[in-house]
Design a protein around this ligand. Structure first.
Ligand SMILES: Cc1cc2nc3c(=O)[nH]c(=O)nc-3n(C[C@H](O)[C@H](O)[C@H](O)COP(=O)(O)OP(=O)(O)OC[C@H]3O[C@@H](n4cnc5c(N)ncnc54)[C@H](O)[C@@H]3O)c2cc1C
Length: 306
């Protein structure tokens, strides 16, 4: 297994922010990942799992303990017609293209989401009216509290809007099994292309970012719309800025720090609170050392239900 000490993490996040991990490991087999987590638990050392780093704000002050990156666990198999199984580190766009080639529908929404299967399960990633929970049948999950690997059903994972019952501080998604209806490959390709084109038109493709910053506070109130109306486009804190293409996207202009980002998020929340009396809660997860004040940005009053 490849591993490094004092490894800078910014290169492993899509927003290109993140200090050093004390130790960074890249397991090449699922069993290696399970053994590593077992060993770290026995030694009572801190550990974290990252996939594509596309929904994460990692502290510029770094991460104490071991960061385990899943991106070498990429096997995809078709055990039965209509079923795809993928390891945790398989990339969603790759999985979506693979499914389309097999004439399997249901992942057209995922072609522009730069995350992994594990991250998509934790976040219940979705777009264009669909989400991972719509096709996930089961997931193999390591529960670090019991040391057991179990197969959890869709119901047990209890998906909700951009979250589920699994806690990344406790559970590690090892692989997932998807049940997908057959469709004509040309039709799947048409929907995929439509979704891809829409992204190119509406998202800041040229700048490092971590996707949508805030969850929609209500089913009929998109965070991007509220932020836009509240006038946050082009707000800046140091090298972190709100995109002028999409008000719910924060971009790194070059060398932004996690502190600059949390300050910017607070200002965005304040603008929406003032304009609409609504509290926005970030969609992103955090990792590493943050102050209480920085973390208060994640303690919005409204838990999202959109
Ligand atoms: C340009 C862009 C567009 C995006 N568009 C969308 C979109 O349309 N819809 C959407 O829902 N999201 C979108 N995202 C956000 C993001 O891509 C998704 O949330 C994705 O599912 C995150 O996966 P990841 O592997 O990058 O997770 P990471 O960012 O690496 O991690 C996210 C969380 O999951 C945990 N985690 C990761 N892997 C595992 C695992 N195997 N086991 C346990 N915990 C794990 C991490 O610890 C962390 O808490 C977008 C992001 C970008 C940059």
């Amino acid at each position: 297994m490849e591993e490094a000490k004092q490894a800078p993490l910014a290169r492993y996040t899509t927003i290109k922010i993140g200090g050093e991990a004390e130790r960074l490991c890249h397991p090449e087999k699922v069993d290696e990942l399970v053994d590593l987590v077992d060993e770290l638990i026995k030694k009572e050392e801190d550990w974290y799992v990252i996939g594509g780093g596309s929904n994460l704000l990692i502290s510029s002050a770094g991460v104490k303990g071991t960061v385990i990156r899943t991106t070498k666990l990429i096997a995809i198999t078709t055990p039965e017609p209509g079923i795809l199984e993928a390891e945790a580190g398989a990339r969603l766009p790759h999985l979506a293209r693979h499914a389309a080639q097999l004439g399997l529908s249901g992942l057209e929404f995922a072609v522009g989401i730069p995350g992994t299967v594990g991250g998509a399960v934790i976040m219940n990633a979705g777009a264009h009216g669909s989400q991972i929970s719509a096709i996930l049948e089961t997931a193999r999950v390591l529960d670090s509290k019991t040391g057991q690997v179990t197969v959890m059903t869709n119901d047990e994972i209890a998906f909700q809007y951009r979250r589920c019952a699994l806690d990344p501080a406790r559970h590690v998604v090892l692989s997932a099994r998807f049940k997908m209806p057959a469709d004509i490959p040309e039709e799947i390709e048409k929907r995929t292309k439509h979704n891809e084109d829409y992204r190119y038109k509406t998202q800041p493709m040229g700048w490092p970012n971590a996707g949508s910053t805030f969850k929609n506070p209500l089913p009929d109130k998109a965070a991007g719309f509220l932020l836009d109306k509240a006038g946050v486009k082009n707000l800046k804190e140091g090298q972190a800025a709100v995109s002028d293409i999409h008000a719910n996207f924060v971009i790194n202009l070059g060398g932004a720090t996690s502190h600059e980002v949390t300050s910017l998020l607070r200002r965005m929340q304040e603008c929406v609170r003032e304009a609409f009396q609504l509290d926005l809660v970030p969609e992103w997860k955090t990792m590493g050392s943050f102050t209480d004040e920085e973390l208060s940005v994640w303690r919005g009053k409204n838990e999202s239900s959109a």
